[in-house]
Structure formats: C-alpha cells, structure tokens
Design a binder for this molecule. Structure first.
Ligand SMILES: Nc1nc2c(ncn2[C@@H]2O[C@H](COP(=O)(O)OP(=O)(O)OP(=O)(O)O)[C@@H](O)[C@H]2O)c(=O)[nH]1
Ligand SMILES: [Mg+2]
Length: 308
C-alpha cells in the first residue's frame, strides 16, 4: 500500500508485552490478520518472540509477540525472560496487554518494573472488553494500572472480536517515526514454516492435556519433504516423564491420533497442500534445565535438526 500523496511514511518496531494469558498472541494475530502465534487458554503458551509485520496505508509496523512475563523458576523460564528483555531493546513503542476484567495485580507491578527499564512509551491495551457488561470495571482497571505506570494511552480492546483494533492501529501509527518500509509488502514473519508446524502441534497438545503435561512438552520437526502435492512432516514430541508419555499417547493411541489429526488439518489449511504427518514421542528428563536441548529446539540458534 502506498501512502497518500504528500504525506510521510512511518515505520517502527513495536513489542507486545504482558502477563501470561493476557491475549498478546491473539492481538498479534488480529493486527496482522493471520494466525502466526498459537493461542490457548493455558498460561505460558508462547515461549519465544514471534514477529509479525503489518502494512497500513502510509506505515509499516514490525510487531513482536513475547512470552508472558512470570517468575522464572527454570533455565527455560529464564531464557523466556531474556527473550522478553531483548524485545524491549531499541523499540519505538511498547504495547502492554492487560485483562480488562481484572484490576492490576502484584505480577503486573513486577512485569512493569521490567518494561519501564526500556524508557520507551507504553500504550496500555485493556483487552477482553467483550467480557464486560458495563464500563465500571474497565474504569477501575484503568485506575489500577495508572497507579503503576504513566502509560502514554489507555485503549480498551477485544483482540478476540476485533473491537477497538482500528483505534490501536491509529494510536500506534501516530507515534511511529518517519522511516522506510523495512520489509517487502509480502513479508509477514521471521518464523520458518518448520517452526510454525511444530507450534501447531504444541497448540493441539496444550488443548488436549492438563496439569504438567503442557509445560513438559517440546516439539521438534525432524523431517520436511515435498513430494508431488504432498508434504511429509515428521515431528518428535519430547516430554519429561514416562507417565506423561502414557497420558499423551492415550488408550490405544487415541489421544496422540486426535492431536495428529487436528495438527495435520491446520497445517494443510495453512500450507494449502496435503500433509502426511508422523508423530513420535520421546522422554527427555529435565529438558527444561538442559542448555544443549534448549539450543537444539530454539530455531533461532538451531545448529541442525539433531537433538542431542
Ligand atoms: N474473551 C476474550 N478472550 C480473549 C481475548 N483475547 C484473548 N483471549 C483468550 O485468552 C486466552 C489467552 O490468549 P493468548 O493470546 O494465548 O494469550 P497470551 O497473552 O499470548 O498468553 P501467553 O502466550 O501464555 O503469555 C485464550 O483463551 C484466548 O482466546 C479477548 O479479547 N476476549
Ligand atoms: Mg502468547
């Protein structure tokens, strides 16, 4: 899209931050207009930063979705927090997503301490307003957040229904500096297809399982082969305990089959091709404390498909 004649073109880097489950990934997907980040009702769904580029008339916004800010209790969680901190560096604007149906909590105060270190203007997005019957709780939520930080703007929004999204886009665009389009118009994300496929599988696992299984699951795509109109994908699901393996596979393999079918359908819709998906399950005790394993499953530092 080209800007109206005579007007300036603006661009910039904008990170999406907040507590787990606030709706950050739903917001990224809504702003970009396609599903780039997986979304589940479980906290700590997003584990790495995910870029999404929005082209707006006269503007290009490079968004980054981040893991929810929470107390790091493992090497893996400390890495997630490092990812959040990296997403604060050299940004033009920050979006802090909060649940409008609740008041600011102690976790928000702690998260905002981290966000404030960037000294970058922050817009507060009060998300999930579709769940509010009247304005009072929203005003109370705004006041409780105002007490924690002087946000540049307070914007009620529903990432789920799209209400308030145009106002968010206008607020972002109006605060971006003049600059070039950093990416061509057809470029959307830095995520490789293999990683997106692994994430789709993880999303289906998160929906299908409970308690500690979602946190203990990591997915690696080991093989990706195009053959005619078919894409053959093989992936391994890593868990931390034998007992979790039993839960994931389910009676007669039923659970794993359902996960595989749901993941394959979504991959086919996304790739526009038929997919043959093979899933393997392995146990890797304490992988969340293993630097070698974490490097191997992180596509940004991936040395190869081989997991040690
Ligand atoms: N009602 C309602 N639900 C929403 C809205 N936005 C997100 N949700 C739901 O909130 C849950 C969490 O959404 P996510 O987008 O995964 O939240 P997140 O902040 O990315 O979570 P983490 O990745 O775990 O940090 C999901 O069940 C979403 O469907 C909204 O505007 N309204
Ligand atoms: Mg997320």
């Amino acid at each position: 899209m080209s800007p109206p004649a005579g007007s300036r073109f603006v661009s910039g880097f904008v990170s999406i931050l907040g507590l787990p489950n606030a709706g950050k990934s739903t917001l990224l997907n809504r702003l970009v207009g396609m599903k780039l980040a997986i979304v589940t009702p479980k906290p700590q769904t997003t584990r790495t930063s995910i870029q999404g580029v929005v082209n707006h008339p006269g503007a290009q916004i490079v968004l980054v979705d981040t893991p929810g800010i929470h107390k790091p209790d493992s090497l893996f969680n400390r890495r997630m927090l490092e990812t959040v901190k990296a997403a604060l560096d050299q940004r033009d604007l920050l979006l802090y997503v909060a649940d409008a149906t609740r008041r600011a909590a102690e976790e928000d105060r702690r998260a905002l301490e981290i966000v404030k270190t960037a000294r970058t203007p922050v817009l507060l997005l009060l998300n999930k307003i579709d769940g509010l019957k009247d304005k009072r709780p929203l005003l109370e939520a705004i006041e409780s957040y105002r007490a924690l930080h002087a946000f540049a703007e307070y914007l009620p929004v529903s990432a789920l229904t799209g209400e308030g999204i145009e106002a968010v886009l206008s607020a972002v665009v109006s605060r971006l500096p003049e600059g070039p389009a950093y990416f061509p118009p057809d470029y959307v994300t830095d995520q490789p297809e293999r990683f997106l496929a692994a994430e789709i599988i993880r999303e289906k696992i998160l929906f299908a399982t409970r308690e500690e299984v979602p946190h203990s699951a990591a997915v690696v795509v080991e093989q990706w082969k195009e053959a005619g109109d078919l894409t053959r994908i093989a992936a391994t699901i890593y868990l931390e305990r034998e007992s979790q393996k039993g839960i994931l596979i389910g009676a007669g393999g039923g659970m794993l089959k359902r996960i595989g079918t749901a993941a394959r359908r979504e991959m086919e819709a996304f790739l526009g091709r038929r997919v043959f998906l093979e899933l393997f399950v392995k146990v890797r005790p304490k992988w969340r404390e293993s630097p070698e394993f974490l490097n191997a499953v992180d596509w940004r530092s991936m040395t190869g498909p081989e997991v040690p």
